[in-house]
Design a protein around this ligand. Structure first.
Ligand SMILES: O=C(O)CCC(=O)C(=O)O
Length: 291
């Protein structure tokens, strides 16, 4: 299949002008409809069935670029409503750079410190957005994402790496300057809703003190003209429009769950992510491969 032919038909603009203007001012939008609650429940079933079938592999695969291995996740990154919204932000030619499932089990104490995604990603521009799609409710009690409106206009702040194992981020990185918690906004989502956030947006989330799992899939989109600048051979999946730049190695779509080709592509992508996200980190650190 040609790369252009792989692009789904999506409405040209998926955000009303007022929402677009708000994103430019605040750096995020939430809640936005992505799919029905029933569609989200079906995706959650598939995720949990995969975890049950192969618990050892599921963690690392879901954490980073699971769309290379799981056809349902490959479909999610091309979902017409999600793409329509992201096209309104970033233009018609889009790559999915990565996917990361953020899973918090009841009482597991996992959290995310205040950080800006752009810090270690090595991308040549800040025209990069995340669609965070809720497969379960995302609430104050289960550790929903919180953002600082307008922080996408901050430059990349100094970050320090804590390597705290309870931190869901790869390096346990956190902004090394004070963040005004009182200014934070909670992104409360129902299953099937999503938030969109800018790559410079300061965001964090607390632990899950509810009795249920909190599961969201973060999908990172970049326009095709963005490059990887960190000296790593990076790859990405064309999901809309065409790629006239070829800055990223194209990624194969999975034909079946966890088939040999998908697993090989995933292994290569995790190796590249390890080089990217752990550059200048002492050897011995364990990969988490998220931000
Ligand atoms: O899911 C979370 O709690 C944090 C997500 C996050 O840091 C991100 O999507 O960049």
């Amino acid at each position: 299949m040609s790369r252009a032919a792989a692009a789904p038909a999506a409405p040209a603009t998926g955000l009303p002008p007022a929402a677009l203007a708000r994103y430019r001012v605040e750096g995020f939008l939430a809640p936005l409809p992505a799919m029905s609650a029933a569609e989200a429940a079906a995706l959650l079933d598939r995720l949990q069935a995969f975890e049950a079938r192969d618990p050892a592999a599921a963690g690392p695969i879901l954490r980073h670029k699971g769309h290379l291995v799981l056809p349902w996740l490959d479909a999610l990154i091309r979902h017409p409503a999600i793409l329509a919204a992201v096209r309104a932000l970033l233009g018609p030619d889009l790559l999915c750079w990565t996917t990361n499932a953020f899973i918090k089990e009841p009482g597991d104490g996992r959290f995310v410190t205040w950080h800006q995604d752009a810090t270690y990603w090595g991308l040549s521009a800040h025209e990069v957005a995340t669609a965070w799609v809720a497969l379960t409710p995302s609430t104050r009690a289960n550790g929903c994402m919180r953002v600082i409106p307008g922080s996408h206009r901050w430059p990349v702040q100094p970050h320090r790496d804590t390597h705290d194992p309870a931190n869901l981020l790869t390096r346990g990185q956190e902004i090394a300057v004070a963040v005004d918690e009182a200014a934070a906004v909670e992104l409360l989502l129902a299953p099937g809703e999503m938030s969109l956030h800018h790559v410079l947006m300061a965001h964090a989330s607390g632990p899950n003190s509810s009795p249920g799992r909190r599961i969201g899939i973060a999908i990172r989109y970049v326009p095709t003209w963005v490059r990887q600048t960190a000296g790593v051979r990076d790859s990405a999946m064309l999901v809309a429009g065409e790629d006239r730049f070829h800055h990223f190695a194209p990624e194969p779509r999975p034909a079946a769950e966890a088939d040999a080709a998908g697993l090989a592509a995933h292994r290569a992508a995790v190796d590249a992510a390890r080089q990217l996200l752990y550059r200048a980190v002492p050897p011995g650190a364990e990969p988490g491969s998220r931000d």
